[in-house]
Design a protein around this ligand. Structure first.
Ligand code: FE
Length: 191
């Protein structure tokens, strides 16, 4: 795959369709400047501000953009909210579609064939491998990302966090909890 990508990039560069410096700048931006902390801000605000949560539920793209998180691969966002009855989990069965402006670049496992196929066939088994065991009464809903639409999971707010500031809440929000392969951290657990 690496060789194929490099060959493709060489041809596109030779033909003048892409500028390698521009590609480097894009990759650097998403690798070092934009990452899951953006998404954590969104979740913390949704936990703290019911009006924002409503907005996020009805128009996630606009609600997320209001915090300044916009850009490539995040043009059309949908937020899905976990609760006791339903747990949401995101995959891209075709490739690796992922909400870059809120989560940065996808982890390697997200792009792997085993995750992409097993997330839809056996989500509970995949969750167990991530160390997440949900009660049988919690249904698991799997969302297939596309080039058009990207999902952000809003994990459940941990108990014992009443009155916490958004900054403090954001520290409990992990990348995996926003993909749905993890849960938010419990207060007092190591970060
Ligand atoms: Fe994809």
């Amino acid at each position: 795959m690496d060789l194929r990508v490099r060959a493709l990039e060489s041809v596109l560069t030779q033909k003048g369709y892409v500028d390698p410096a521009a590609l480097d700048a894009l990759i650097d931006t998403y690798q070092t400047k934009i990452g899951p902390r953006n998404g954590a801000r969104v979740v913390a605000k949704a936990w703290s501000d019911p009006q924002f949560a409503d907005w996020l539920a009805s128009d996630a793209t606009a609600a997320i953009a209001s915090l300044g998180f916009t850009g490539r691969q995040g043009e059309h966002m949908v937020a899905v909210f976990n609760d006791a009855d339903q747990h949401h989990m995101v995959v891209c069965t075709l490739c690796s579609c992922y909400p870059w402006p809120v989560l940065g670049l996808p982890p390697t496992w997200y792009k792997s064939a085993p995750y992409r196929s097993r997330a839809v066939r056996d989500p509970r088994g995949v969750l167990a491998e991530f160390g997440v065991t949900l009660p049988d009464t919690t249904a698991i809903r799997v969302w297939d990302s596309t080039a058009e639409l990207r999902y952000l999971v809003i994990p459940r707010r941990p108990a014992g966090t009443d009155g916490w500031s958004e900054d403090k809440l954001a520290d409990l929000v992990t990348r995996d909890s926003m993909i749905g392969t993890g849960l938010a951290r419990q207060p007092g657990s190591a970060s």
